[in-house]
Design a protein around this ligand. Sequence first.
Ligand SMILES: *[C@@H]1O[C@H](CO)[C@@H](O)[C@H](O)[C@H]1NC(C)=O
Ligand SMILES: *[C@@H]1O[C@H](CO)[C@@H](O)[C@H](O)[C@H]1NC(C)=O
Ligand SMILES: *[C@@H]1O[C@H](CO)[C@@H](O)[C@H](O)[C@H]1NC(C)=O
Ligand SMILES: *[C@@H]1O[C@H](CO)[C@@H](O)[C@H](O)[C@H]1NC(C)=O
Ligand SMILES: *[C@@H]1O[C@H](CO)[C@@H](O)[C@H](O)[C@H]1NC(C)=O
Ligand SMILES: *[C@@H]1O[C@H](CO)[C@@H](O)[C@H](O)[C@H]1NC(C)=O
Length: 485
Amino acid sequence: MESQRHRSFSITIKLTTWLLLIATVSISPSHAVPRRGPYDEKPRYGNPITEIKYSSPSCRAHVSSLTEFGGVGDGTTLNTNAFRSAVEHLSQYSSTGGGMLYVPAGRWLTGPFNLTSYFTLYLHKNATILGTQDVNQWPLIDPLPSYGRGRDKPGGRYSSLIGGANLTDVVITGDNGTIDGQGASWWQKFHKNQLKYTRGYLIELLYSDQILISNLTLVNSPAWNIHPVYSSNIVVSGITILAPVHSPNTDGINPDSCSQVRIEDCYVVSGDDCVAIKSGWDEYGISYGMPSQHIVIRRLTCISPTSAVIALGSEMSGGIQDVRAEDITAINSESGVRIKTAPGRGAYVKDVYVRGMNLNTMKWAFWMTGNYKSHPDNNYDPNAMPEVTSISYSNVVATQVTTAARLEGIPNDAFTGICISNVTVSMAKSKKYTWTCTDVEGVSSDVSPQPCEPLQGKHEGSCPFPTESLPIDTVEFQQCSYTLP
Ligand SMILES: *[C@@H]1O[C@H](CO)[C@@H](O)[C@H](O)[C@H]1NC(C)=O
Ligand SMILES: *[C@@H]1O[C@H](CO)[C@@H](O)[C@H](O)[C@H]1NC(C)=O
Ligand SMILES: *[C@@H]1O[C@H](CO)[C@@H](O)[C@H](O)[C@H]1NC(C)=O
Ligand SMILES: *[C@@H]1O[C@H](CO)[C@@H](O)[C@H](O)[C@H]1NC(C)=O
Ligand SMILES: *[C@@H]1O[C@H](CO)[C@@H](O)[C@H](O)[C@H]1NC(C)=O
Ligand SMILES: *[C@@H]1O[C@H](CO)[C@@H](O)[C@H](O)[C@H]1NC(C)=O
């Protein structure tokens, strides 16, 4: 039944696509953009056919190629206008089956552009979208209300390479095509303090619902790679993120004041946290009051020598609740699932469940900090205390570890309800500092080497992990398939 339904669906799509492509190409003489077909260049070889297949919650009825909008994939022509007019053109189909922008093989230099609703951006395997290094091409946008300022600098910030706000049903996918931020010049300017504003991200979607980002490689972002903010129902799957391990703030995937998020089968090598869950900064985050919650992360592989595999915070002033991490692998990383907060942050980090971590060559297997001193300005409330409670780790094997755990709560605001079970930490040669704990309370079982005194209370069996799946785990995917002439 199931497969039959999918088959007939994809056939319908194929037919509609053909008809529409033929229709748009042949009967739109008044169309303002030049329609140089992507395949016109090789007529001698007949009509090469491109097959596209991907899985997504929704397929699209209308398809255009970037070349129809004047795009040139030579790595030097600026395609900002081609991307913008393609999206603009496809936005007209939001209520009639949605549109897909196909990015063919090639190197497509561009400045920032925004997406639209009921829209798919699809990258061919050999397509690379290149972010321009010309700072003047990056428009300035307002700071996020939950941050009050840019993260690098006070005031506004450069927009993200691929952006969008107030969207519904957005897909960014491809056959492992590449989005390259060409970040090196940004990192250099950042280090030399030559930037007046905060660097842009590679992908940022604000106030959006139903987002899929899958099967792509993201390299050398100027700063964070994937930043959904004030958004919900988000799947990030099959993403490879690569940046030099000393590049500044090249975080992998940062859900920020987002709900129902599923991150799976991702591989991240970066100069900052592989995944960082956030929800706003001090007084701005407290007054915006939008938590990050109901987040599942599974089958993540991370290399992050200077940062965490998964960080919670440090900007957590809208609260972070119900985070589930499973089957996590890390190599040469600073710490595992790390909590970062401070007086002034307010809100909470609670109901965090981690099960199954394989950590190799780590500075700290476990790390929590209550004195992460970075504030947006001096107007934060030093009495706004964060609540950190109900944090569980089980089934952890860590090798080549410098310090097993450094758990630092806040004086008179202890981190409570910590549970650690079935953990084996093997220390690196000649390292003898195992556990340091202050202002934390909890229980443990089967933990080696023996945890610090505040966690020596006995826990029976495994630490808790929710048994019910999240709604985002039950989203249905369809096979979308298209035949492009
Ligand atoms: C990503 O690609 C894999 C293998 O090519 C495929 O099985 C999977 O369905 C794709 N995932 C999504 C979300 O498109
Ligand atoms: C991608 O490029 C490589 C190297 O040029 C080529 O061998 C391969 O056939 C291309 N793949 C597709 C799907 O066009
Ligand atoms: C993209 O969207 C953002 C957020 O709504 C907006 O500030 C920016 O001006 C838009 N950029 C472009 C190029 O339209
Ligand atoms: C998007 O929605 C938010 C919240 O409703 C609103 O403040 C903002 O102005 C909207 N932005 C755009 C670009 O429509
Ligand atoms: C996608 O490309 C990246 C970079 O070349 C590679 O490391 C990764 O293995 C590829 N992923 C898949 C599923 O082929
Ligand atoms: C303890 O953890 C290991 C791997 O980390 C796992 O294979 C094993 O099943 C766990 N034991 C229990 C009782 O859960």
